[in-house]
Design a protein around this ligand. Structure first.
Ligand code: ADP
Ligand code: MG
Length: 350
């Protein structure tokens, strides 16, 4: 498909994220409905061409668990990526609409994500790098698919946003500067599953009110996080906010939405002084992920198989955490394969 900017007619906004925005569009020559992702990049033209070459891999991805891609093109200063439109949206928006989702649905989500991760890695040696509810999409055929995986290293480097690569779903080892591995995606899956099954992000409520808790928050730590993301502006902002820890009361009790919104804001405007103060909460959250025991899927309504699976995803030590292949052998994933849950019918309920 030869995609041209002028052939795409915008129908609606689908949302904004950490690296750009997404629109529902119609490709008028063919009548195809697509999701067009617009990413503002900061790169030379040679790099832009390299990014487009790297995005080619997306066309070669053929799996029922991966969003298909129609094509990508440059629309200076943006790169546009046109992908399959998923008419039931992402799991974060579904949760916003209906609250906690049925554990049987969460089970199918876990299974689809693992299959998707296995496909990306086995067929293309790609690590996803950004597993979270908003990158897991649903359509009214009851299909669950992954989007926004890290196909292009150059694209990741060029996105004009200091917080790219920083996510509240990030694993403890990533926060501490380790290279990305498929195990980090598994951690993010564990957090995602707790969030969608309970309807709330597992860390926020207890973002501590305890003054002493921050006493060990130091610049060294901020540096480690920045190193992990290899962006100087990022490091500066963290170091700066670390210095301002005395003013931290102002950034207390950030909701998960608040944190994500904050990260998006930095995309669009760069950082103001107030924003730098707010980034305290992010550091505090990162600290908690590293320091505290992993969250669990607690409560009688979750069966043992589900809890066992989530515990395995959230092993804090990546050496003790299984990869997607092994996790597919867990009992809970047998439940997914044997499931008689009618996902297609479920999509009609909201
Ligand atoms: P994020 O994933 O951080 O929310 P994005 O810019 O990747 O930010 O996406 C913004 C929103 O657009 C997502 O939350 C999702 O709800 C929606 N979206 C993204 N891709 C698609 C798609 N292919 N089909 C339908 N909705 C989509
Ligand atoms: Mg996304």
């Amino acid at each position: 498909l030869d995609l041209k900017k002028e052939d795409l007619n915008k129908l609606a906004d689908l949302g904004q994220g950490n690296g750009g925005s997404v629109e529902k569009v119609e490709h008028t020559p063919t009548g195809t409905i697509m999701a067009k992702k617009i990413v503002l990049i900061d790169a030379k033209s040679s790099v832009r061409k390299q990014i487009l070459r790297e995005l080619q891999i997306m066309h070669e991805c053929q799996s029922e668990y991966i969003i298909s891609c129609y094509g990508s093109f440059l629309a200076e200063p943006n790169i546009c990526i046109c992908m399959e439109y998923m008419n039931k949206g992402s799991f974060d928006s579904i949760c916003r609409k209906i609250g906690a989702i049925d554990i049987q649905v969460a089970c199918l989500v876990a299974h689809a994500v693992l299959e998707g991760l296995c496909y990306l890695y086995d067929a293309h040696r790609i690590i996803h790098r950004d597993i979270k509810p908003s990158n897991i999409l649903l359509n009214s055929d009851g299909q669950i698919k992954l989007c926004d995986f890290g196909v292009s290293g150059e694209l990741i480097n060029s996105i004009a946003n200091t917080f790219v690569g920083t996510s509240i779903y990030m694993s403890p080892e990533r926060i501490q500067g380790a290279e990305y591995s498929v195990k980090s995606d598994i951690w993010s899956l564990g957090i995602t599953l707790i969030e969608i099954a309970t309807g709330r992000f597992p860390f926020c409520d207890d973002l501590s009110d305890d003054e002493d808790n921050l006493s060990d928050l130091d610049e060294e730590y901020a540096q480690a996080l920045a190193e992990a993301n290899k962006t100087p502006t990022h490091r500066d902002s963290f170091a700066l906010s670390a210095k301002k820890k005395k003013d931290k009361r102002q950034s207390r009790r950030k909701s998960k939405g608040g944190l994500e919104q904050y990260m998006q804001k930095t995309t669009q405007q760069g950082m103001s002084g107030a924003d730098q103060l707010n980034s305290m909460s992010i550091i505090e959250l990162m600290h908690q992920i590293v320091r505290e025991p992993a969250p669990r899927l607690e409560g009688d309504k979750y069966d043992e198989e589900a809890q066992e699976f989530v515990d395995a995803c959230l092993a804090k030590n990546p050496d003790e955490r299984h990869g997607p292949k092994t996790l597919l052998e867990y009992r809970w994933m047998d439940d997914a394969r044997d499931s008689t849950f009618d996902l297609q019918a479920w999509t009609q309920t909201f």
